[in-house]
Design a protein around this ligand. Structure first.
Ligand SMILES: *Cc1c(COP(=O)(O)O)cnc(C)c1O
Ligand SMILES: [Zn+2]
Length: 466
């Protein structure tokens, strides 16, 4: 069987109705509907983002859906085993869609006692999306976007990326036998991420500019009929990523956590989680939404700034979503996965955050670095952007917005091996947030030591260790 030869014939049996899913404009007062297979990324009428509306499954009761999803875990079929396609009743694909999968999803939910104590909580759980096939949560969306590229018979799939989207697109395009082209900001991508894209056979193009410049180019390229854009502006990515909400609630035995906390860059992840939770609520599978909070790095925090100004203005925020966001012209953070000044999905994310009663806050480079090391002490390795969550939870707990006994889940977005340079610099004490700037003092430093090749020397070096 070829990697892309897997068909979704089983979908129609399960009740998804292709005819009824469509792409809908989220623009206020517009709401124009576009056909599911129309190759558009923004509304043809007003230019706002699109979101996919999937009809509710025709199952008699919600419990039936829960049992069906759970039973698939025992199946040997790759569509059933994928942590995304296992939930296909709520995805906008049907009939003969040739699914492109690397068995993404099904990631662990860990107890993290040291991270909990650091955050001043009784307990804390970490949902590790870095355990996906290419090492980040991007895979859960990419399986859907590249499947749609095949449905549309695209020849080349493209994206702009801070690294992880590129690695993921490159892998899924390779599985599908499609060409992929990747635009990266020159000199700003971790070498591990770059290595992945190259190995998966993508055409890597390093642009003289930052991520937001790459994104601008992508929008222009998207007009070319040979090209399919796989950035999170693509609503199919969000559809795949929303299944993380289903998987998480299932892992929580259908007891809704009080808080779910995620890092915010382009804000596709937070939008997708919000959409997933609210679909579960509409289906009656959960009775309330978890509070969805987003943490940004101080130097790349356009949504946090907007959120603070709304809160200060005391506006009835839910009803009056602002039309504009002030971009950060020159975003700065060592957490490169969230080094984004002009986030594509801010409106969708803000809507979900406000609906659920969550917040948006910032954390410093020092806080991110220390939180990452604390997560490491729990035996869990993540990349810097992921650690904003634990740093942010600590701040929210200190501010009284999270109570010590609340049930809290942080979503870790990427794997530790995505950025090993950051880790060794932190522990060596040479991690600097700007070239030539003062190093961040690692409160949890753990430096390798050189010792003589004798038993005595090794034992002596271990004396006094805690
Ligand atoms: C992409 C990414 C983020 C940011 O997610 P958005 O959807 O852009 O907000 C955070 N962490 C990691 C590791 C990522 O790859
Ligand atoms: Zn519109």
């Amino acid at each position: 069987m070829t990697p892309r030869g897997k068909s979704v014939a089983a979908l129609s049996r399960a009740g998804a109705k292709e005819a009824n899913a469509f792409q809908k404009c989220i623009g206020p007062g517009c709401g124009r509907e576009h056909d599911l297979n129309e190759r558009v990324y923004v509304c043809a009428e007003c230019g706002a983002s699109l979101e996919i509306s999937v009809p509710k499954p025709a199952l008699k009761d919600a419990a039936g859906l829960r049992d069906l999803w759970e039973s698939r875990r025992r199946s040997l079929d790759s569509l059933d085993r994928s942590g995304v396609w296992r939930f296909r009743e709520l995805l906008p694909f049907a009939g003969a869609a040739p699914v492109v999968t690397l068995l993404e999803g099904n990631t662990p939910l860990y107890d993290a006692p040291r991270s909990a104590a650091y955050s001043k909580l009784d307990s804390l759980r970490l949902k590790h999306q870095g355990c996906n096939p290419t090492g980040s949560f991007k895979d859960t969306g990419m399986t859907a976007a590249v499947t749609q590229a095949v449905v549309l018979r695209a020849r080349t799939v493209v994206c702009a990326s801070t690294g992880n989207t590129a690695a993921s697109l490159a892998a899924y395009a390779a599985r599908a036998g499609l060409r992929s082209a990747i635009l990266l900001p020159h000199g700003q991508i971790s070498s591990s991420k770059l290595a992945q894209s190259v190995d998966y056979g993508a055409a890597v193009r390093e642009i003289d500019g930052n991520f937001d410049d790459c994104m601008k180019l992508i929008r222009e390229l998207g007009g070319d009929p040979s090209i399919y854009v796989a950035n999170s502006i693509n609503p199919f990515r969000i559809e795949g990523q929303k299944t993380v909400a289903f998987e998480l609630i299932e892992q929580c035995a259908w007891r809704v956590p009080d808080h779910v906390v995620v890092p915010g860059g382009n804000l596709g992840n937070s939008s997708a989680l919000g959409k997933g939770f609210s679909e579960l609520l509409q289906l009656g599978l959960i009775r309330r939404l978890p509070r969805l909070s987003v943490i940004q790095a101080e130097g790349a925090a356009p949504l946090a700034h907007l959120f603070a100004s709304l809160a200060a203005g005391g506006r009835a925020m839910k009803e009056n979503l602002p039309e504009e966001i002030m971009p950060v012209a020159n975003p700065k953070t060592l957490a490169t996965a969230i080094k984004i000044g002009s986030p594509v999905s801010w409106k969708k994310a803000l809507r979900s955050i406000l609906e659920s009663g969550g917040s948006v806050i910032t954390v410093s480079e020092q806080e991110i670095a220390d939180a990452k090391a604390v997560i490491g002490r729990d035996g869990i390795g993540c990349e810097p952007a992921s650690a904003t969550t634990v740093a942010g939870i600590r701040r929210l707990a200190v501010a009284g917005l999270i109570r010590p006994h609340d049930d809290v889940v942080a979503v870790l977005t990427g794997h530790i091996l995505k950025d090993p340079d950051y880790v060794s610099h932190y522990h060596r004490g040479t991690l600097a947030s700007e070239a030539g700037g003062p190093p961040i003092s690692g409160a949890f430093r753990n430096q390798p030591q050189r010792v003589a090749a004798t038993k005595e020397a090794v034992l002596r070096s271990l004396e006094g260790l805690e």
